[in-house]
Design a binder for this molecule. Sequence first.
Ligand SMILES: [Ca+2]
Length: 483
Amino acid sequence: MYLSRFLSIHALWVTVSSVMQPYPLVWGHYDVCKTQIYTEEGKVWDYMACQPESTDMTKYLRVKLDPPDITCGDPPESFCAMGNPYMCNNECDASTPELAHPPELMFDFEGRHPSTFWQSATWKEYPKPLQVNITLSWSKTIELTDNIVMTFESGRPDQMILEKSLDYGRTWQPYQYYATDCLDAFHMDPKSVRDLSQHTVLEIICTEEYSTGYSTNSKIIHFEIKDRFAFFAGPRLRNMASLYGQLDTTKKLRDFFTVTDLRIRLLRPAVGEMFVDELHLARYFYAISDIKVRGRCKCNLHATVCVYDNSKLTCECEHNTTGPDCGKCKKNYQGRPWSPGSYLPIPKGTANTCIPSISSIGKCYCNPLGSIHDRCNGSGFCECKTGTTGPKCDECLPGNSWHYGCQPNVCDNELLHCQNGGTCHNNVRCLCPAAYTGVLCEKLRCEEAGSCGSDSGQGAPPRGAPALLLLTALLGTASPLVF
Ligand SMILES: [Ca+2]
């Protein structure tokens, strides 16, 4: 199944800003890897940097909860409305579809009312912490192109860490800390993304912006990708060329927006007051109705298509590259070291195509006229036709000459002499005086026509008859060409 093609997010941004202010749509969308162009040498391929379009990546993830049995409803339990501890007639029951809250409800289509949501068990074991890890895995490197947005139906947690992995979940780094009190929870000064700059954009911050429990109306938590892009592309992301230039030259910046997995670590549910109300612990739980992750397969600017097959995303690599991320050159295309494509120069970028290896052009391509197959056999050698030799089968054995491949000599200077004053032409034919004919000019033309008279002595009669017999015998073994 091919990823559906959306208007890429940066194209969308430009379209939006062009409404506000005329803006030339000159720089590329990197949506084509190659085009055919006409040059003096005819039609040739012109290669350019390319990438898949940005899309909804939640369609391709695997979700894992830890502890695995933390989802509510098994056994069924009742919970209270967050704002009202005395309204405890809500029920979660995993065995009844209308009352179940499984994890997939964080990723279903959200357009109906009321929302569908995942919900944890309640905090009935207080004061033991109620902690849940939600891991989203793609088994593929992806590049984030828009904010990660999480919608909480339970009130936003008091403490939470968003983490990322770049190595399929083996190691994790924090992406952002969230708390009602950053200093108390994580010993960090609270900051907002707006406090950062081009120079500090990679700093990991703790924010208090999204953790005010249920006392405010907002349910949303962001991880701000676009605000970070804006440090390079300007507030309306108009100067994407500048961002792309930075991404090209700063690997750390590129890696910052690249993930294979995300992990939401819920450390303390929304409490909303100074103290936990121990008499009504069924008020405290986590519930998430929606998680948005937009991005694209990372293909190192060598592919526009990412295929989802067998629950796995793979780039369809161009530019003679291969691997799930197009991260290396194909076999026999290692003529220079692999490198990713480049966004620069705008608008088409640079493809940095892999080129054929020098060793593969000698070694494994056999001369098609001199060899049985045009590729090496299993042991790495060309198999030559009769009369042919050399590593590439482009040299002739003695007694043979190259004429669309090696052909047995018809005449030469050693054994196959042209007779009666004839001259050998390129080892393939004797050029005979007018009166003579035959492969070696051994026959009188009038003899062949049966018109030789007593006065027809246009030339000397055949000389050296025994030698002629020998040559005729030799000719029998050769395969004279047809002229
Ligand atoms: Ca939902």
